[in-house]
Design a protein. Structure first.
Lengths: 307, 414
């Protein structure tokens, strides 16, 4: 559906996005991750032609962005806002019309979505009379009312209470089942981990990690073995198949390299100390995020990860 | 195109429904009428109570005829005299000063409306002392009657018949009559021409200011609530801008049509033919062109801004530009053919208002009209292109507003 190739954006002389590439297909929820200022929003703006990329390409089903594309994308910007003095329904109708919808269809869909989002009967109210959370739901409606093929949501969960977060998650899952492509940006890793099929981690304007969530976790190569024991664990740093070991008083965290079999390691360890607890943990996206973003990332590695 | 219409429709309907527009729509003509009518209304308002005027006349020759004239000539609606003339006596020592002080006290105590002293020496100056010196009518009436009395007494002193005075009083009015383009005389003097020119200029001025501010405000609102990002991902910035200009132009025309109706109704009501149709059509043309040009200017200037305060500051500069023709109205009225007036007409930002001023006074030459319209069209085109370039970038700029040099670079690189 969407293919982003090496887009790059400079503002005067400061880099906003150095080089970002990824692709998103139909029926996929794509998480765009990264710390604040990483270039997520700029990337999104380039995808939606709000900003022109300095170089690189963005294609939709192989074709460049066109006037038709405008009608098949939906967008929820990060900073929220609507016309304060205008009525909900009028605002939704206007924005839907700008996406090429007819007014009759827009009206029908608007009322349906307002009901779905728990705002039934409020269509004649003014935006300013609504709570922030409800305003955000109205904006969300505006981004999907025209049944877009690609929905781009910038930090869609921030500012929503848990109940509404679940509501939103359900709608996104539904869009996925209906074969739509969904891109959402976030800096909450647990959110991304639970929701996205594919992800792309951006830092300082570059992609540092990308792929399916499963792959990323695997590829990051950090199958982490947590041990608690009695005895001297100093030997563990020397074990074959252990990439890195962190030793504590009576516990250790071993990073196993790719091919290492758990039972081989356990046999070696069990022989030397009395094990009390063994746990093999998959690294959370959060820890991947922290270690990737927390330390300087080599461009070359990032390139490898991507390829 | 349908998106342009959608934007235009939204801008139009949302603004038409806004309180600010409705207030402006009804209040502006009211204020204009009030400004035109109220002062004369107050000035010509009849007194409802008799006023007591004191007179200190050491010579004693004027009091009686003056009192008679004032009381006979001016009566209130209820038949009672408008003015009661009260002779103030001067003490036995001939001390005028003491009498003046006494009279002043009575004025202060509201016993007298005012008083005046006839000075036997300096007899060309009469001071009327009163609490309210703004009442021109009372002064004019005193002056008129005193003049007549004095003239009669002098004529009598020369041994002539007072009838001679009537013979001597030759009245002559010079009336200004406009020669229309066909050579025939056109009725309606200075006031009419001045009024219609001024009204048109003020209307254009007010429309440009109000809708220009609306335009800037709507852009700033969309920038601050970030809805502009949704808008420019839904349609191109050019479509968005075109829609805004179209919607606000429709708004301006609505406002103008409404005011025009009021104007026509008023002129029918008062039997006053403010302007003829051919002039009106030409004025409407200049009006629309001027409106579009200023719309482009407002967009170009307004879209990089981020706060209402900045917008107000910037629009106030534009207002100053628009005030120029209003200031020039009176000199232009006197010499509509002056070269400097013609030169100013060719400055596109001033063309519409200068033409609004010139057309009712004297129809400019055809070549001037064609040239200014052409120049306006060209500058609208250029201004729209430049505004579009600024708009495209400016609407996405938040935080600190860009400097002028930066904006110029946007225009150049396009």
């Amino acid at each position: 559906m969407l293919d982003v190739q090496a887009v790059r954006k400079y503002f005067n002389s400061t880099v906003a996005v150095e080089s970002v590439s990824f692709s998103v297909s139909r029926g996929e929820i794509f998480g765009l991750l990264g710390p604040n200022g990483a270039g997520k929003t700029t990337t999104i703006r380039m995808i939606l032609k709000i900003l022109e990329a300095d170089s690189g390409t963005v294609t939709y089903d192989g074709k460049p962005f066109s006037e038709e594309t405008r009608n098949i994308v939906g967008y929820l910007p990060e900073e929220r806002g609507l016309y304060k003095k205008s009525k909900l329904l009028d605002t939704i109708l206007y924005l839907a019309e700008l996406r090429g919808m007819s007014r009759t269809a827009a009206r029908r869909e608007a009322l349906r979505w307002l009901e779905r989002m728990g705002l039934a009967g409020q269509d004649q109210r003014r935006t300013e009379e609504l709570s922030k959370g409800n305003q955000q739901k109205v904006q969300f409606i505006c981004s999907i009312i025209h049944d877009p093929v690609l929905v781009v949501l910038d930090e869609p969960f921030s500012g929503l209470d848990p109940v509404n977060q679940i509501l939103l998650k359900d709608v996104l899952q539904e869009l996925k089942q209906r074969d739509k492509a969904v891109i959402f940006s976030t800096h909450q890793m647990d959110q991304a981990e639970r929701l996205s099929d594919t992800l792309c981690l951006i830092n300082k304007g570059k992609v540092v990690l990308g792929g399916t969530v499963r792959d990323v976790k695997k590829r990051y190569g950090k199958n982490s073995l947590h041990l608690e024991f009695d005895g001297d664990g100093a030997f563990m740093t020397e074990l074959p198949g252990v990439h890195r070991a962190m030793l504590y008083e009576r516990s250790a965290e071993l990073e196993l390299s790719g091919a290492t079999q758990l039972r081989d390691i356990l046999a070696l360890v069990n022989h030397r100390v009395d094990l009390r607890k063994v746990e093999l943990l998959e690294p959370s996206l959060h820890s991947i995020f922290m270690s990737t973003v927390g330390e300087p990332v080599d461009t070359q590695t990032a390139g490898e990860v991507l390829s | 195109m349908s998106k342009v219409i959608a934007v235009a429709r939204w801008e139009y309907l949302e603004k038409v429904k806004s309180k600010a527009f409705l207030i402006g729509l009804f209040l502006t003509p009211l204020i204009m009428i009030a400004m035109g009518v109220l002062p004369t209304l107050f000035a010509t308002q009849e007194d409802t109570e008799s006023r007591v005027i004191g007179i200190i006349d050491p010579g004693g020759r004027v009091v009686a005829p003056f009192a008679q004239r004032m009381q006979q000539r001016y009566t209130l609606k209820n038949g009672r005299p408008n003015y009661i003339v009260l002779p103030l006596v001067v003490g036995p020592g001939g001390d005028v000063e003491a009498a003046v002080q006494e009279a002043s006290r009575r004025v202060a105590a509201d016993e007298l409306e005012g008083f005046f002293v006839l000075d036997p020496v300096r007899d060309s100056v009469v001071e009327f002392r009163s609490k309210s010196v703004g009442d021109f009518r009372i002064g004019a009436r005193i002056e008129e009657n005193l003049k007549e009395i004095r003239a009669e007494q002098r004529v009598a002193a020369l041994g002539l018949d007072p009838k001679v005075l009537r013979e001597l009083d030759v009245r002559l009015d010079v009336r200004m009559v406009k020669v229309a383009s066909g050579g025939e005389r056109e009725d309606g003097g200075f006031e009419k021409v001045f009024f219609s020119a001024y009204v048109f200029m003020m209307m254009l001025f007010l429309l440009i200011i109000t809708s220009g501010q609306m335009l800037v405000r709507s852009v700033i609102e969309e920038k601050s609530n970030r809805i502009v990002e949704v808008l420019v991902s839904s349609c191109s910035p050019t479509q968005l801008m075109a829609g805004k200009v179209l919607g606000l132009s429709a708004l301006g025309l609505t406002q103008m049509a409404f005011w025009g109706l009021i104007g026509v109704a008023a002129s029918v009501q008062f039997g006053m033919n403010i302007i003829d149709i051919s002039n009106a059509l030409l004025l409407v043309l200049y009006f629309i062109l001027g409106y579009l040009l200023y719309a482009a200017v407002f967009i170009g200037v307004g879209s990089p801004l981020n706060t209402e305060q900045e917008a107000q500051q910037v629009t106030s500069y534009l207002v100053m530009l628009l005030i120029v023709p209003i200031v020039l109205a009176i000199p232009a009225m006197k010499e509509p053919n002056a070269t400097w007036i013609k030169v100013l007409t060719f400055f596109p930002l001033l063309t519409p208002t200068m033409m609004a001023l010139r057309i009712p006074i004297q129809m400019p030459a055809l070549w001037e009209i064609l040239a200014t319209v052409g120049l306006l069209l060209l500058s609208i085109y250029l201004a729209m292109v430049a505004a579009g370039r600024i708009f495209r970038i400016g609407i996405l700029v938040t935080g600190k507003s860009p400097r002028l040099g930066e904006i110029l670079r946007w225009i150049k690189t396009g």
